[in-house]
Design a protein around this ligand. Sequence first.
Ligand code: ADP
Ligand code: 5GP
Length: 189
Amino acid sequence: MSDGKIIVVSAPSGCGKSTIINSILDTGKLSLNFSVSATNRPPRPGEEHGTHYYFLTTDEFRNAVSDGEFVEWEEVYPGRFYGTLRSELDRMIGEGLNVILDIDVKGALNVKKLYGVRARTIFIEPPSIDALRKRLEARGTDTPQLIDMRINRAEYELSFAPQFDTRVINDNLDAAVAETEGIITEFIK
Ligand code: ADP
Ligand code: 5GP
């Protein structure tokens, strides 16, 4: 049996990455398994341990780092650690399963470096910074100050886009879902 493949999806916050990934997983058309990451951030309402993340204490996270349990890990926000578990990723691809990862831009490029042609990196980008700002305002979950912070970070993260295998502009959502689905279908066939 040959190893499964790895699809890594990244995007600046608010670009519609979760919406696109969930919509692809929900249709069930593609046989994909979601790699559950570990983090030391607290769960949000509705999030479950083992489904959305493995929620660890900071000490547990640090121990997992020193025990070599992560394929990659990043401090995505100050004091907030996120990592892809070797037990999760290597087990699934070893079983021939195709795996989808939702991780930050640096993590994505590290996974690509480690797994080469077995991995395909997809960068979801907004039609423009202005459109991203409007979307974040419409989502209504952030203060104006937090929106400014996210926009600054988005501009920084967008500078990594040329290093990805593929870029998808999320202007019309249905079109972006279809395009992403097409890229994954082609890669795993
Ligand atoms: P991310 O996971 O990248 O942070 P979300 O999937 O939470 O982003 O999307 C951010 C917001 O933008 C959500 O309110 C979502 O419904 C909305 N959104 C996603 N794609 C589009 C689109 N193509 N056009 C308009 N709004 C969108
Ligand atoms: P959130 O806290 O909103 O769930 O995620 C914050 C950011 O962390 C997102 O950009 C998400 O893609 C990223 N992230 C989640 N899991 C991992 C991981 O295992 N590794 C890395 N490098 N980033 C991750």
